[in-house]
Write a protein that binds this ligand. Sequence first.
Ligand code: MN
Ligand code: MN
Length: 323
Amino acid sequence: MKDHYQYKSPVTGEIYDPKTSVRYSEIPTFMRAPLVSDLSEIDIALVGVPFDIGVTNRSGARHGPREIRNMSSLIRLFHPVTRVNPFDLCRVADVGDVRVDNAFHIEAAIESIKSFFWKLHNAGVVPLTAGGDHSITYPILEAIATDKPIGLIHIDAHTDTSDTFLGSNVHHGAPFRRAVESGFIDPMRTIQIGIRGAQNTTEGWEYSLDKGMRVIFMDEVDQLGIDGVIEEARRVVGDASAYLTFDVDGIDPAYTPGTGTPEIGGLTTREALALLRGLRGLNFVGADVVEVSPPFDNSGNTALVGATLMYEILCLLVETAQK
Ligand code: MN
Ligand code: MN
């Protein structure tokens, strides 16, 4: 048992690893990783951002981190394809949630999120985050892209490059427009995958295309196949630093009904796994899974999908963090 796996019961003094103990027991951290408070002991931090004031329609993603933690008790260690245990390669810990004190004030909340991730980034810790709605990715990118714009792999039904809506320019349909404007992401090294659904305005689609992002609408996913999409993602992002952001509405609502803005005709969970597994070796500096909304998730399957996507992405991050 590796040192960073160990828990010591304050009552019995027993030393054990929660990840290989009875999995329905204990307080549910992400993937039953230890809850660690010293950043110098962590390579990859699992973070919750319980915030959904950025939604334009159905709320509830503020409950995402807690339900993903709960369902992530089902996650086990060894990957079925690579046979790798990500927890053997890196020190992975749950660092709790961003404390969003100003929960009614979106700009102040975004500041809280940014300063939390800034501290992780300064400590050299790679964040893997559970949202929260997609507005949380803008302050995460601000904290991570400190030197120059980074690349982005963005899986979603929506481009999230709209402008001001209902009085806000930092709502969950705008983070990647703001990130381009602020120089946090390089639009020429950005790929958006799974885009679909009718819109009341085409401004988001046009912004992405005008700025040179590679936008793969769902009909093109069908034409290219997942292998073709993987090839495009690797070509667009290249070898330099990149962030991975996965909105669960990129997947078909048959699999992920518990989300704020569902659009039918999306990726299957099998396609999503194949897509992620095709991204091995890219230079990821962080990632998130967003828009799991437990109030709409009657079966709990959306939270399970979110937890499993986090595990798959963790397997990508540990390979990069090891280099
Ligand atoms: Mn989104
Ligand atoms: Mn979306």
